[in-house]
Design a protein around this ligand. Structure first.
Ligand code: FAD
Length: 427
């Protein structure tokens, strides 16, 4: 029997205790079979259970094994491509609907944490940091854009103000979003899984879906069992492989890496990030960081197209951290890990149906902590027959990566190299 553990991350080392979960054996019957216990799957399961559906979740490894248990923990609003791009590429009604939903995911997380008493170190406040005047201009227009959609918890930071929230000399200003913030991502997923079980849902771990039998009453097969369901939700994201071949051509798994320092102590931690906000810079290949509850710095950045695991993560990410914080040159790195997110060409989520009863949402292209929570709500609405918001996502156009599955990685890497150069020269 497969037994895939968590990667050796800070999050796995500081995870809240959870009960052992069974592997699926034999046949079960349910209303909805959810494939994948990341935020997309867990959020869908929770909304469905709250609306009276019977739900069975199949997880190939462990709850939060994928990006949801490894990410930077930053609650970032809107989508990986912002609403202005959506406004330009779809009609006004669809753009309006998507814009109205752009700030809902963060609210859902906070509601979940409060309702189910989830211990995940939730903190309010996220900063977008500008490295040059072009970035600052972008943040000014982002503030105007988000305010147009009713988001009012935003403050532009000039060069003096940003020094008060982050001790990094590289920034010329920033945008503070008080409805952003940060969490211990694995503990959020574990708390949501416990909430699913408290409502009568079942989660099977080490139970990868290996085949979907498509019919009016679809069946999901695992190595030792099967789930008969009325509906299936596919939520395997970058770890799905080729289970649903139609989805693979229009998205590409990519790796991104994170390091965690040894505890810095209260004094140094407070010097770096006095208000304990999380920060991401405005580069295309961006750096992001925050403090943990035990005052370590978690620092992420970099992208590996095609999701190959780099041999020495610390060698890639530590120099980026020292560029932002040279004062950490003597601090030891305790953890380094990689995780996969799913990129689409448009960087907008890939959402839809296959036939009448298989639904999917994936590919939020890097910023997915908030979107995936919204996705669960929108998927549950669609299964209840209210599909207007689901269809606003499902109608977004998606295209295959140039070069097909064989050449998409070098093409994307070439694109990233170009954007990396633009970042470097502040273009
Ligand atoms: C290192 C890293 C840092 C990030 N930082 C941030 C951040 O700070 N802020 C932010 O907004 N976003 C961030 N992201 C993105 C964000 O984490 C993801 O968008 C989000 O977690 C995706 O959730 P998901 O549930 O769709 O997928 P995942 O969390 O990847 O979950 C998919 C699950 O499905 C399971 N699975 C796959 N195939 C099968 C199968 N056949 N059968 C059963 N189970 C299956 C997997 O094992 C996995 O547990 C980051 C991503 C990474 C990798």
């Amino acid at each position: 029997m497969a037994n895939t553990p968590y990667p050796q991350s800070y999050y796995a080392a500081s995870a809240n205790a959870v009960p052992p979960r069974p592997t699926l054996q034999g046949e079960v019957e349910t209303d909805v079979c959810v494939i994948g216990a990341g935020y997309t799957g867990l959020s869908s399961a929770l909304f469905l259970l709250e609306n009276g559906f019977r739900v069975t979740v199949l997880e190939a490894a462990k709850v939060g094994f994928g990006a949801s248990g490894r990410n930077g923990g930053q609650i970032v609003n809107s989508y990986s491509r912002d609403i202005d791009v959506i406004e330009r590429s779809v009609g006004p009604k669809q753009a309006q609907l998507l814009g109205q939903m752009a700030f809902e995911g963060g609210k859902i997380i906070r509601e979940r944490v409060a309702k189910y008493q989830i211990q995940c170190d939730l903190k309010d406040g996220g900063v977008f940091a500008a490295l040059n005047s072009k970035h600052m201009g972008h943040l000014e227009s982002q503030k105007r854009l988000w305010e147009r959609y009713g988001h009012t918890q935003l403050e532009l930071l000039d060069e003096r103000r940003i020094r008060e929230v982050v001790a990094c000399d590289n920034y010329v200003g920033g945008l503070l979003d008080m409805s952003g913030g940060h969490i211990h991502p694995l503990n959020l997923a574990l708390g949501e899984a416990a909430a699913v079980e408290s409502l009568g849902g079942t989660i099977y771990e080490q139970s990868a879906a290996v085949r979907i039998e498509r019919s009016a009453n679809p069946v999901v097969h695992t190595a030792e069992g099967r789930v008969r369901a009325k509906f299936i939700i596919v939520a395997g994201n970058a770890y799905l492989g080729n289970l649903v071949p139609e989805l693979a051509a229009k998205s590409m798994p990519c790796g991104t890496q994170v390091i965690t320092t040894a505890p810095l102590g209260d004094e140094l931690a407070k010097t770096l990030l006095p208000q304990d906000y999380c920060v991401e810079d405005c580069n295309y290949l961006l750096d992001y960081y925050r403090l943990t509850s035990d005052k370590r710095l978690i620092f992420g950045g970099g992208v590996v197209y095609g999701a190959r695991d780099p041999a020495n993560i610390e060698a890639i990410i530590r120099p980026k951290m020292l560029k932002a914080f040279p004062q950490l040159k003597d601090v030891k790195i305790d953890y380094a890990w990689t995780g996969n997110f799913l990129l689409t060409l448009s960087r907008l989520p890939q959402v839809g149906r296959l036939g009448d009863n298989i639904y999917y949402s994936q590919g939020c292209s890097g910023h997915g902590v908030t979107y995936t929570h919204l996705a669960g709500k929108v998927l549950a609405e669609a299964l209840r027959g209210q599909a207007e918001r689901f269809d606003a996502f499902a109608d977004l156009p998606h295209y295959p990566f140039p070069g097909g599955q064989l050449l998409r990685t070098p093409f994307a890497a070439l694109g990233a190299w170009y954007y990396g150069l633009r970042d470097k020269f502040g273009m």
